[in-house]
Write a protein that binds this ligand. Structure first.
Ligand code: AMP
Length: 284
């Protein structure tokens, strides 16, 4: 596996693969890899001849009071894991390579209306503009046929699918299921922040989604009632603070009252200072 830091070298390397008629898969990440990231890489490797993964903690998608400075980073460990997962090129650009003019001096953004001011976008203004802009830059740099994302970040998937469709980008978005720890906690780079009893307390996200699923399986279709059940379960956990609990239409992220179609049950919960998200996709 080659580790590349410069955009021009990355472009030249992918060009060679293309000249050899290879298909190119791409897995963008912010690093500190876990099995969730690796599942994207395994699948991407199976489905493409040449696999590029990126590790870039993107300052543009973090708010001023968020954890950009302390976001966990370990390139050496990540490189070993990526190589084992079959990555051919690991693209790890420094911030100055991606934003030579400085993030504060950007002129061009990719900004989606509507779906970005809901769920996580409400709490994190500018977050999805940062995501859409950096993913566009990465797509332009890598030029992949297929790009792989996790259902864990359900709103991100929706935003990127819309972006690719509306801007006619030449890439197919592939979405893979949430990978969980054995006890159900959705894997996340931020799980390393959970200390002592917080780790156990964090299970309340998954457990409340399981309870919601049970209600749906029993025929419950009143979204308000399901939402209240989830909120009550989370409120009973003293270390947990709800950011949001929402049941929304999968197409436009508008809240629904009666579940008649595919919905996303999405949660953001703080365990201490650690903000975790999880979700359940329910298709009728
Ligand atoms: P991140 O490094 O957090 O930006 O994540 C990079 C990619 O990995 C995104 O497409 C995430 O949705 C995906 N991902 C993160 N955690 C998981 C997980 N537990 N299961 C599946 N995919 C995940």
């Amino acid at each position: 596996m080659k580790i590349i830091n410069s955009i021009s070298e990355l472009k030249a390397t992918v060009k060679q693969a293309r000249q050899a008629d290879m298909t190119v898969g791409f897995v963008p990440t912010m690093g500190y890899l876990h099995e969730g990231h690796l599942s994207l890489m395994y699948t991407a490797k199976k489905e493409n001849d040449f696999l590029v993964a990126s590790i870039f903690v993107n300052p543009l998608q973090f708010g001023p009071s968020e954890d950009y400075a302390v976001y966990p980073r370990d390139l050496e460990r990540d490189a070993k894991l990526a190589e084992q997962a079959g990555v051919d090129v690991l693209f790890a650009p420094p911030e100055a390579e991606m934003y030579p003019q400085g993030v504060q001096n950007m002129n061009t953004y990719v900004d989606l209306k509507g779906i970005t001011d809901k769920l996580c976008g409400k709490q994190r203004p500018g977050h999805f503009r940062g995501v859409a802009t950096v993913v566009t830059k990465l797509f332009n740099i890598v030029g992949p046929d297929y790009a792989y994302f996790g259902q864990k970040d359900a709103q991100q998937v929706l935003v990127l699918k819309k972006m690719v469709q509306e801007l006619n980008m030449n890439v197919v978005i592939r979405v893979l299921p949430i990978v969980r720890e054995v006890d159900g906690l959705a894997m996340s780079s931020r799980n390393v922040y959970l200390e002592g009893p917080q780790r156990q307390a964090a299970l309340v996200l998954y457990n409340s989604l399981c309870q919601a699923q049970k209600l749906l399986q029993q025929g419950q279709r009143n979204a308000g009632l399901i939402r209240d059940t989830i909120s009550q379960l989370i409120s009973q956990q003293p270390l947990a603070t709800i950011d949001y609990v929402e049941i929304v239409d999968l197409q436009n992220l508008q809240p629904v009252e009666v579940i008649t179609d595919a919905v996303l049950i999405a949660l953001a919960v703080k365990i201490g200072k650690v903000r975790l998200i999880d979700n359940l996709l329910w298709e009728e």
